[in-house]
Design a protein around this ligand. Structure first.
Ligand code: MLT
Length: 367
């Protein structure tokens, strides 16, 4: 058992967190689906609700018959604006809004590894106008938060999976290690001073950090943020040393040489990052994880509304620009068969069972 230390606060509402983390195995590697968004894929987010990437034509045709929707739809993003979850949401919001004939608004509700937003959506009216975008953290929260106020399987209807995104291990521009091998030595030898950024307990970056801790046999000193968008800002500024984050938030910075790219966390190399080895090839085979995203509405949402949202999601995932932008960022939309409630529920259920044995509740917050 190890207890990672959390050290400092960051602009934009960083929270202090600790965790009790189980030693994790490479089993996670196989479970990866992904999802994400690109830093460049949409307009800058405006916390509190902002339009998605497209303004639907007035009177645009709904995806299915019936009267729904008649008003704007709010998609709640459980992490800070400008990060990978925000980006993927903005990518699909435009085409979804066009398909549905209404405006899609995006609201960033960060906190507690995405559980604040999920709890908010679980308690929202079951009318389809409040939708949650969440990722792999939906499946790990029940293991990490013993007092979770919602049940991921019982309190939501699934709309469909969205995308799958590899992660990358990256370092600040002046962080000494140049390769993953050097990173291993440096972190091991300087574990009291090296800092690891994440987006809170249960965030993908936190889960990847657990795998790194397990691989190295160390307790990382963690800096927790409301999302890896703000974490990236601090990494670029050298205020934190390294992190693991989705390619949708790191590709541009790696390719531009603004951060150090050490490895991708997938079994296969990522085409858009040809110079990065896989963690397996670079000597950290246990650190394999991908991030899957899906859309949810509160339990009890009428079936025709769920179907309409699923059809809009499927339409968005066939949008050429969505496919191209995700591809440029190392990701891809899921197949149409997986952008369904059935496939989504099945994966969520499998992932809850997969992670549960390895995760324990977070420790009390650091003083
Ligand atoms: C984000 O959108 O900020 C990320 O998905 C956070 C994470 O899970 O690491």
């Amino acid at each position: 058992m190890n207890n990672a230390r959390t050290i400092f606060q960051q602009s934009g509402g960083l929270t202090f967190m600790g965790r009790r983390g189980a030693r994790l195995g490479a089993v996670f590697a196989t479970a990866a689906l992904v999802a994400a968004a690109c830093q460049t894929g949409g307009p800058a987010a405006t916390p509190g609700g902002s339009p998605g990437t497209a303004s639907p034509a007035p009177g645009g045709s709904p995806a299915t018959g019936g009267d729904w929707p008649t008003d704007a739809i709010n998609i709640v993003v459980p992490f800070a604006a400008g990060g990978p979850t925000d980006t993927v949401t903005r990518l699909i919001a435009g085409p979804m809004g066009e398909e549905l004939g209404v405006q899609i608004l995006i609201q960033n509700v960060a906190g507690a590894g995405g559980t604040v937003a999920a709890g908010q959506v679980a308690a929202a009216p079951a009318d389809g106008y409040t939708v949650l975008m969440h990722h792999i953290g939906m499946s790990t929260a029940p293991s990490l938060y013993p007092d979770l106020e919602y049940d991921p399987l019982e309190d939501f209807e699934t709309i469909g999976l969205v995308t799958e995104v590899p992660m990358t291990i990256i370092g600040a521009p002046d962080f000494p290690p140049e390769t993953l091998e050097e990173l291993v030595s440096h972190v091991t030898e300087n574990v009291d001073t090296v800092t690891y950024a994440n987006a809170g307990v249960g965030a993908a970056s936190h889960l990847c950090g657990l795998l790194i801790e397990d691989a190295l046999g160390v307790d990382l000193t963690e800096a927790s943020y409301d999302g890896t968008g703000p974490a990236m800002t601090d990494l670029l500024g050298g205020h934190v040393d390294f992190m693991c984050d989705q390619t949708t938030n790191t590709t541009e910075q790696i390719l531009a040489g603004e951060v150090k790219g050490y490895a991708v966390t997938t079994a296969e190399p990522v085409e858009s990052l040809p110079d990065l080895p896989t963690t397996a090839d670079a000597g950290m085979p246990g650190v394999q994880v991908g991030v899957w995203h899906g859309l949810y509405v509160p339990a009890g949402t009428p079936e025709n509304v769920v179907q309409t949202l699923t059809q809009a999601l499927q339409s968005a995932l066939q949008d050429e620009e969505v496919i191209e932008q995700l591809g440029n960022l190392g990701a891809a939309p899921v197949s149409q068969e997986r952008a369904t409630p059935e496939a989504h529920t099945q994966l969520l259920s499998e992932q809850i069972d997969l992670w549960r044995p390895f995760l324990e509740a977070p420790a009390s917050p650091s003083p």
